[in-house]
Design a binder for this molecule. Sequence first.
Ligand code: PGA
Length: 229
Amino acid sequence: MLKNNKKFVVANWKMNFFQNEAIDFCRKLALLDPKLREKLIIAPSEIYLGLINYLFPDFSLAAQDISMQKFTGAFTGESSSQMIASNGVKYAIIGHYERRIFANEKSAQIIQKAKNSLDAGITPIVCFGEEKQGDDLLLALDEVYLANLNIIYAYEPYWAIGTNHIDLEVISSNIKKVINKQNTIKLMYGGSVNSQNIVQLSTIQGIAGFLVGSASLNFDHLLQILKSI
Ligand code: PGA
């Protein structure tokens, strides 16, 4: 589990790695200094969660999504939050930009998924961000905000996801705006975080951790990120 005051990284592997590749990666992670690994939550494909938990029971795991359906039943293709939790999963990424785009998820569903996660004892990591630079970020937050201290929020400007483009000034000023509005919020940042820009990004006040996509697929880059926070 994460230490409360330490910065952490969520490795969002998205739809990458075959089973043997995911397990090989985890084997390397298992050899790391536990102080570094303690800062890491991995979010592999859902189909590997149970196996990774079985082989590496001390790893912190996140699901990349949670079902809208709360209870077990006739919902072909779905896995409930309780089922996910029964695989040792403690976190879930909810409302990622790619879910909004590819699965047409809307804010009401995202809030339901966050509630389902909480009910199953999973900490939701609720994503929000502005679509284009200059869009109303606080409105995007309001749409998914639930006053619950057990939720982690991830500020992910859509223009920074998978683009290799960050704008430190805009990101810092937006984070300040969010914290001024919700001063108890536990906030992460995500979008084009890599082994080079992590040092600068870590200087931004008020960030609890980082949601890392493509850079988390490379062991050396991920290690560098963990060492830099
Ligand atoms: P990226 O993805 O690091 O590849 O930009 C981040 C994310 O989608 O959470």
